[in-house]
Design a protein around this ligand. Structure first.
Ligand code: ADP
Length: 341
């Protein structure tokens, strides 16, 4: 019910009581009608005036204020002024909508804040581990190990150097992910033969696979070129990260297979290993930054914990999909799509 109908009802009830009281004493029907009409007109005009002046105008200005704040001045100017007969109802609706919108904004900010805190604590943890290790090795070397046990000293220097490598991967990957997230990195698509790129990448990683005695197998039907439209350098990074993981988390004497499958207007690339696998509960989280399935093992192996986050960013920037399936102890398959050229 809007407020004008309310005034109408109040005025009518008031006039009816007044005219009714008069009729009770005078018993004169025409006078009853006259008083009813006159008091109705007077009370309605008076109430209407009072409401307009003291309630309606004020509520309307509150409503306008909320409406303008909610929309922002520019949008409000573009939409023009909103007029309604029911400013109380409008104001209530605006306040409800506003409160809902603010609550969801607050939830979003809280989630971002939580994410920021986690991210900072992850980063400092990731940096601290290799840094403290390097510090420890250097202090031991300074304490005279060079002279006392030169063989052990060389071993410590090698360990320090591996930790320095880890720091440098971390900085490189953080830099990469920051650039990808800020949109500073543009995806420059070109037509290229995916088959050639996969072979190049396998050549680069051959030495690493040999260390673990892992066979890198690429079977593409018919040796025909597979033309795709994508950013060649970025896709090389995706391949390096995925194949490198298949070696890091693969079994000694194991195998990594790379397969391509043509779809309607995409190419599906699958990288399968027969390594340690990933627990089902961890599968949805492997693309998160710094997420590691088994902290101790992953740390022992090294890596920044950002490799898969980078993969996901690159593939999504191409508007394509990346997916993982895995069985613990049996192996893992990462797959992604690319646009056919
Ligand atoms: P990392 O630098 O630790 O390798 P990634 O982002 O590349 O970081 O991978 C995140 C985690 O996902 C790894 O620490 C590992 O636990 C798990 N993971 C990634 N690839 C594989 C794989 N092929 N097999 C088993 N686990 C994997």
């Amino acid at each position: 019910m809007n407020f004008r109908s309310l005034i109408l009802i109040i005025s009518f009830v008031f006039s009816l009581i007044l005219a009714g009281m008069n009729f009770y004493y005078e018993r004169d029907f025409p006078t009853f009608i006259f008083i009813l009409i006159l008091s109705f007109i007077l009370s309605f005009s008076l109430l209407n005036y009072v409401f307009q002046k003291f309630v309606y105008e004020r509520i309307k200005s509150v409503y306008k204020l909320i409406h303008n704040l909610k929309l922002g001045k520019e949008l409000k100017d573009a939409l023009g002024d909103h007029k309604s007969d029911d400013p109380i109802g409008d104001a209530e609706k605006e306040v409800r909508d506003w409160a809902k919108q603010k609550a969801s904004e607050i939830d979003q900010l809280k989630a971002q804040e939580k994410f920021r805190k986690e991210f900072l604590s992850n980063i400092s943890h990731e940096f601290k581990t290799p840094l403290f290790a390097i510090q420890g090795y250097i202090e031991t070397l300074q304490d005279g190990m060079m002279e006392d046990n030169p063989e052990m000293a060389v071993n410590f220097l090698n360990k320090a150097s591996r930790n320095l490598d880890r720091l440098s991967y971390l900085i490189h990957d953080l830099d990469e992910i920051a650039k990808l997230e800020s949109g500073a990195v543009l995806i420059e698509k070109e037509k290229f033969d995916l088959q050639v790129l996969i072979k190049e990448t396998l050549d680069d990683l051959e030495y690493k696979a040999n260390e673990q005695n892992i066979v890198l197998d690429f079977s593409s039907k018919g040796n025909h070129p597979i033309f795709v439209k994508a950013d060649r350098k970025k896709i090389q990074q995706v391949l390096v990260n995925l194949i490198d993981n298949s070696i890091k988390y693969g079994k000694r004497n194991g195998k990594t297979s790379i397969k391509t499958h043509p779809l309607i207007d995409q190419i599906l690339i699958e990288i399968t290993d027969n390594g340690v696998g990933i627990e089902e509960k961890n599968l949805p989280r492997v693309f998160e930054r710094f997420f590691r399935t088994d902290k101790s093992r992953s740390r022992e192996i090294g890596g920044s914990g950002l490799g898969l986050a980078i993969v996901k960013h690159i593939i999504e920037a191409h508007h394509q999909n990346v997916h993982v399936r895995s069985t613990e102890g049996i192996g893992t398959t990462f797959s992604f799509t690319l646009e056919k050229a």
